[in-house]
Design a protein around this ligand. Structure first.
Ligand code: GUN
Length: 283
C-alpha cells in the first residue's frame, strides 16, 4: 500500500483553510508568513514557489522577499531584525542553503524563536530534546503526522532512521522515540547496514542517495518512509533514497517520491505558521 503524502496534505490543507477563516473572524487578520530567498538557485526558487502556493491555498498571507546573491550577511541580519520587530509578521523562513559568504547558523539564530516556523532555531531544537513546547521542524513533524493518519502503530515498534542530519534524521528519531518506538540511527558508515534495516518495522530513509535502499534491506511488511529528493542518474527524473519499484511489493506501506514526504513538509510549515500566529495573538 502506498501512503500518499499528497492526499493527506490535501485533506489537511482543506481543514486549515476553514481554520484560517475562523482565525480571521476572531482576530481581524490572517497568519502572515515571510519567506526570504537570497540568490536564485533553481531548487530554492521552486521550494519558495511551493510555499507561496500552499499559503494561497489555505488563505495564509505570504510575502516572499527575494534578494540578490550579493546581499551581505549584515544586510540579511538587519532584514531579520526588522521582521522580528514587525507585529504583523508571524512566521519567518530563510530559505537554505545561503550563499557561501554567509554564516547560516548565525542567520538562523537571529530569527525570533517564536517566529521560527522551520523549527531550526537552536532554542527550538533544544526544546524538542528537552520535551518543552516548541515549533517542530516540518519534515519530522510531517512524517509523524503521516504515520498517524495512515494508522501506523508506532509505540513498541522498532524504527530505524538512516541519516543523522539536524534537519531530518536526528529530530525524526527523537519524535519516534517520544512516540515510544525503539529507535536506531544508522548512517552511511554503519557496518552491514542491511542487517540493521531488516530489523525495522518502520524505516525512515534520509541519506540523500538515489535509490540507495534495495529490496534486500527491508523486512517484509515494514513501513518505509522515503525522505530523499534526488535526481535519478539513469533517467534524470526526481527520485527518492529508496528503490521504489524494487521495494514496493515487500514493504507493507511505502511512500513515493514525489508525492510522499514533500507535500507533508510544506503542510507542516502552514501548521507552524498558524501555531505561531495563535501563540502571538493569544498572549
Ligand atoms: N531548503 C530545503 N528545505 C528547506 C526547508 O525546509 N527550510 C529552509 N529554510 N530551507 C530549506
Amino acid at each position: 500500500m502506498i501512503i500518499s503524502g499528497k492526499e493527506i496534505a490535501t485533506d489537511l490543507k482543506r481543514e486549515m483553510a476553514v481554520k484560517v477563516k475562523e482565525l480571521e473572524a476572531k482576530y481581524g487578520r490572517v497568519p502572515h508568513l515571510v519567506v526570504v530567498l537570497v540568490g536564485d538557485d533553481p531548487g530554492s526558487v521552486s521550494y519558495v514557489t511551493g510555499k507561496a502556493k500552499a499559503s494561497e491555498e489555505i488563505g495564509v498571507r505570504n510575502t516572499t522577499i527575494r534578494k540578490p546573491e550579493s546581499m551581505t550577511e549584515e544586510e540579511l541580519l538587519s532584514l531579520i531584525a526588522e521582521l522580528n520587530a514587525d507585529d504583523t509578521v508571524d512566521g519567518i523562513l530563510v530559505q537554505l542553503p545561503l550563499p557561501k559568504h554567509m554564516d547560516a547558523d548565525k542567520v538562523i539564530a537571529a530569527i525570533d524563536r517564536s517566529k521560527d516556523v522551520d523549527g531550526f532555531h537552536p532554542l527550538n531544537v533544544a526544546s524538542l530534546w528537552l520535551k518543552q513546547p516548541c515549533l517542530l521542524p516540518c519534515t519530522p513533524k510531517g512524517i509523524i503526522k503521516m504515520l498517524k493518519t495512515a494508522n501506523v502503530e508506532i509505540a513498541g515498534k522498532r524504527a530505524v532512521v538512516i541519516g543523522r542530519s539536524n534537519i531530518v534524521g536526528l529530530p525524526v528519531a527523537k519524535l519516534l522515540l517520544d512516540e515510544n518506538a525503539t529507535v536506531t540511527i544508522a548512517h552511511s558508515r554503519t557496518k552491514d547496514l542491511a542487517s540493521v534495516t531488516k530489523e525495522a518495522d518502520i524505516l525512515v530513509v534520509a541519506i540523500g542517495r538515489p535509490k540507495f535502499v534495495k529490496a534486500d534491506m527491508i523486512k517484509p511488511g515494514a513501513v518505509v518512509i522515503d525522505v530523499g529528493v534526488n535526481r535519478d542518474p539513469d533517467t534524470g527524473k526526481l527520485c527518492g533514497d529508496v528503490d521504489f519499484n524494487a521495494c514496493e511489493s515487500i514493504a507493507g506501506m511505502i511512500t513515493k517520491v514525489p508525492g510522499g514526504v514533500g507535500p507533508m513538509t510544506i503542510t507542516m510549515l502552514m501548521t507552524n505558521t498558524i501555531e505561531a500566529f495563535e501563540t502571538r495573538m493569544s498572549r
